[in-house]
Design a protein around this ligand. Structure first.
Ligand code: PEP
Ligand code: MN
Length: 280
């Protein structure tokens, strides 16, 4: 390490010290390194019937990973907080049922033992700088998807990733999910620049979540396509069979048919960006 590197807040995450793309491999799939990965599912696991319906629908539409929150970091303590342990059990069942690897958010380090059969652990925007949690996830032996904090700079995001990497877990996936700006018409503002900027700063895979970025279902597809055109390694999209009845984030959730169309267009854009035929 030279004296410049000694002053760097992130080293293991840096493209400069690790020029090749990191590829996260799990369950016969890859994230990063020229692949395009799609994570989809409801914001929250709400009930067996609703979750299995969404899981079947996103699998049929071509998603690669199934999402569903069992622990929800809600702004109000009076809002639905997730099914917790029961939600994890339903994720485990849906994983077997669909054959899709599953991803779910952890909000409290004490819940970690429950995540044994969860394929990817998500750290949400609100916990991006929960350093105790990040350090613990440096020892889990499974991939961690780290979402950008609501007002975090690229450097702060990468320095947060560094906490996980420095503890010995190299499998970190970054996710741009919109940031707070002065604009209030949308829930957040998607920072499309994050994709090429992070691409040059880091070797870690970069996904984009257009659902939390926009907060409005009708804007999810255009943002997803913009992110794909910018070279994202994949997308995370909220899908619900009956958005009006959703217990969280219904306003930004796509119906399965809308998700299928989005995916079809995103794969076509991906093919153009990558110069390949099938957008895989
Ligand atoms: C989520 O993915 O449901 C979520 C809470 O996202 P974020 O942490 O980006 O707000
Ligand atoms: Mn959500």
């Amino acid at each position: 390490m030279n004296s410049n590197e000694a002053g760097m807040p992130f080293r293991l995450a840096s493209r400069r010290l690790h020029p090749e793309d990191t590829i996260v491999a799990l369950a016969g799939r890859q994230i990063g390194g020229g692949t395009f990965s799609v994570i989809a599912g409801p914001c929250a696991v709400e009930s067996e019937a609703a979750f299995f319906a969404a899981a079947d629908a996103v699998r049929a539409a071509g998603a690669d990973f199934l999402r569903g929150g069992a622990f929800k970091p809600r702004t109000s303590p009076y809002d639905f907080q997730g099914l917790e342990r029961e939600g994890i059990r339903l994720l485990e069942e849906a994983r077997v049922r669909t054959g899709l690897p599953v991803i779910s958010e952890i909000v409290d380090v004490r819940d970690l033992p429950l995540f044994e059969n969860i394929d990817i652990i998500q750290v949400g925007a609100r916990n991006m700088q929960n350093y105790g949690l990040l350090k613990t996830l440096g020892h889990v032996g499974k991939p961690v998807l780290l979402k950008r904090g609501q007002s975090a700079t690229y450097k702060e995001l990468l320095t947060a990733a560094e906490y996980i990497l420095a503890e010995g877990n190299p499998e970190v996936i970054l996710c741009e999910r919109g940031i707070r700006t002065f604009e209030t018409y949308t829930r957040n503002t998607l920072d499309v620049t994050a994709v090429p900027a992070l691409r040059e700063m880091t070797h870690l895979p970069i996904l984009v979540d257009p659902s939390h970025a926009s907060g409005k279902a009708r804007f999810v597809e255009p943002l997803a396509l913009a992110a794909t055109a910018a070279g994202a390694d994949g997308l995370m999209v909220e899908v619900h069979n009956d958005p009006a009845a959703a217990l969280s984030d219904g306003e930004q959730s796509l119906r399965p048919g809308e998700f299928r169309e989005l995916l079809c267009r995103a794969r076509r854009i991906r093919a153009v960006v990558c110069g390949d035929e099938d957008g895989e």
